[in-house]
Design a protein around this ligand. Structure first.
Ligand code: DOR
Ligand code: ZN
Length: 418
């Protein structure tokens, strides 16, 4: 196909170019490409390098009532993602060659975008014994026990050393477990619900930074939610420690007030925090202290997300993240180049994957956006099986127009405005 009349994001700038896509590759980027191929007119739209979600729960295998590869990847492409990185906290856990191979095969067959997998760091995510890193290393993009912290420092230390020797990303879900449901603060007191302190996160962030520094082994901090964590990561980076970090839109756009208003659908781990935390995380994505934006798309069934104290943690994010980021561009909070960095360039780099750039010869994974399109977020996701979103009814401007995966149109926005 020929993508005609769009503006293309190349080397940080928007340039009016056509793009020739053949098979699964970008064959040519230049002015006025003519030819016999189907023309896709994208006048007024902007072509960006495909977004990759570095933190997705696809719930396969074993929890397909919450999500499956088909529904999850349909949600992904609707949200502008050309690739997702699935977390291994499934049933069974993705902690061995056989399960990971089976999952990746299903990803290819059932997925409408690229599906990468993380292996867990420890067997069954129990923190007691390391997975056979060497055996699975070639199949996965990294190792993560997401959902659970690795409690023992020695175990984490071993995982970091192994990961670094194999050149694989080690992700840390930083948490010292507390018996709580929402952020510890005014809201938890008012509602009489047990809270989770900021310290439950930042003390683990501090430990991981210490280990990364001591051995010079990279660590990637998942879903940063507190101002203290932001400060620790900023300091570590100033000192040259090999630390990267991600944040999720809910942590820099919402606070624990959302739990007061919406109850269980705003219950997530780490929890939505205070306004001061929110602002610190938002600032950190602007300044580069946080490298990437991830969805932490964590769908549960609507029936599970009823009562705060009984509900599992997790909110959906694949269909809303790009919209919310583009709205921040229209509001003058972020530049489009920053959004590309956060959703494409850096996450690819953190995982050691190629991508994040539009040029001749690379796979045609493209996210085409319409910066003028106004939207109101629907109450429920359109494609994900997950529950309602805490961003329901939020109005904004800037939306995904089309998602191209390996040269095929995987999604086209047919929604009416508003
Ligand atoms: O809210 C969350 N949900 N946080 C996690 O770390 C895990 C996730 C899940 O798997 O549901
Ligand atoms: Zn997590």
């Amino acid at each position: 196909m020929i993508l005609k009349n769009g503006q293309v994001f190349i080397n940080g700038k928007l340039i009016k170019e056509d793009i020739l896509v053949k098979e699964n590759k970008i064959v040519k980027v230049s002015k006025q490409i003519e030819g016999e191929l189907p023309i896709v007119d994208i006048t007024g739209k902007i072509v960006l390098p495909g977004f990759i979600d570095i933190h997705t729960h696809l719930r396969t295998p074993g929890q397909e009532y919450k999500e499956n590869i088909e529904s999850g990847t349909k949600a992904a492409v609707a949200g502008g993602f050309t690739a997702v990185c699935a977390m291994p906290n499934t049933n069974p856990v993705l902690d061995n060659k056989k399960e990971i191979a089976r999952f990746l095969e299903r990803g290819k067959k059932e997925g409408v975008c690229k599906v990468f997998a993380f292996s867990s760091k420890t067997f069954q995510q129990q923190g007691r014994e390391l997975v056979d890193f060497e055996a699975v290393s070639d199949m996965v993009i990294g190792f993560s026990d997401d959902g659970q912290p690795v409690v023992e420092k020695d175990m984490m230390e071993k995982a970091l050393l192994k990961g670094s020797s194999l050149n694989k990303t080690i992700v840390s879900h930083c948490e010292v477990k507390e018996d709580g449901h929402i952020n510890k603060g005014e809201v938890s007191e008012k509602l009489g619900i047990k809270g989770i302190s900021n310290k439950s996160e930042w003390q683990m962030v501090k430990r991981e930074i210490g280990l990364a520094k001591r051995h010079n082994t990279p660590v990637h901090i998942a879903h940063v939610s507190t101002k203290e964590s932001v400060n620790l990561i900023a300091e570590a980076k100033r000192n040259g420690a090999p630390v990267t970090a991600e944040a999720c839109p809910h942590h820099f756009l919402l606070t624990d007030k959302a739990v007061e208003e919406m109850g269980a659908i705003a219950k997530v781990n780490p929890p939505l925090r205070s306004e001061a935390d929110r602002l610190a995380v938002l600032d950190a994505i602007k300044t580069g202290v946080i490298d990437a934006v991830a969805t932490d798309h964590a769908p549960h069934s609507p029936e599970e997300k009823m009562e705060v104290e009984k509900s599992p943690f997790g909110i959906v994010g694949l269909e809303t993240t790009a919209k919310l980021m583009l709205d921040l561009v229209n509001k003058g909070e972020l530049t489009l180049a920053k959004v590309v960095e956060l959703l494409s360039e850096k996450p690819h780099k953190i995982l050691g994957l190629t991508g994040g750039e539009i040029k001749q010869g690379v796979p045609a994974d493209l996210t085409i956006v319409d910066m003028d399109k106004e939207y109101i977020i629907e109450e429920k996701p359109r494609f994900s099986k997950g529950q309602k979103t805490p961003f329901a009814f939020k109005a904004g401007k800037g939306d995904v127009h089309m998602t191209i995966v390996d040269g095929n149109i995987a999604y086209k926005n047919n929604e009416k405005e508003g």
